[in-house]
Design a protein around this ligand. Structure first.
Ligand code: SF4
Length: 123
């Protein structure tokens, strides 16, 4: 539930960001699995939890020609239990997607009938 997530993020985030508390419980109306996902994301966003793949995606625009929301959700579900501390970017086009994904460790950019997988090389 969107409003529950936002209220939890702001309420718990403000407290945790001040160093208050060492446990977190998110209560949402719905699947309890979503509560855990929200809690993990709040902690990771605050830099209080390491590990786990962070999935980011572009906001979409007129160039988007794939089901980016479906793809981003699928990628997020696929990687949720992988304990790597990396960022994966899911982008909606092969024109600007690779450039916009340059801060990520792995980028996925999709277009009509084509797709790119980009791996950042660490020097
Ligand atoms: S990556 Fe492509 S589809 Fe996504 S916002 Fe940028 S230009 Fe638009």
């Amino acid at each position: 539930m969107l409003s529950g997530n936002i209220k939890s993020a702001i309420g718990l985030g403000l407290i945790l960001n001040q160093g208050i508390g060492d446990t977190i419980r998110v209560s949402l109306t719905g699947d309890p699995v979503e509560e855990i996902k929200s809690a993990k994301l709040i902690l990771r966003t605050l830099g209080l939890r390491k590990g786990g793949i962070e999935v980011v995606s572009c906001p979409t625009c007129g160039r988007t020609s794939i089901d980016l929301i479906g793809l981003a959700n699928a990628v997020e579900n696929m990687v949720q239990d992988i304990p790597l501390d990396i960022k994966v970017a899911v982008m909606g086009c092969v024109v600007n997607g690779p450039g916009e994904a340059k801060e990520a460790d792995i980028g996925i950019a999709g277009g009509k009938g084509e797709g790119l997988l980009i791996k950042k090389v660490r020097l």
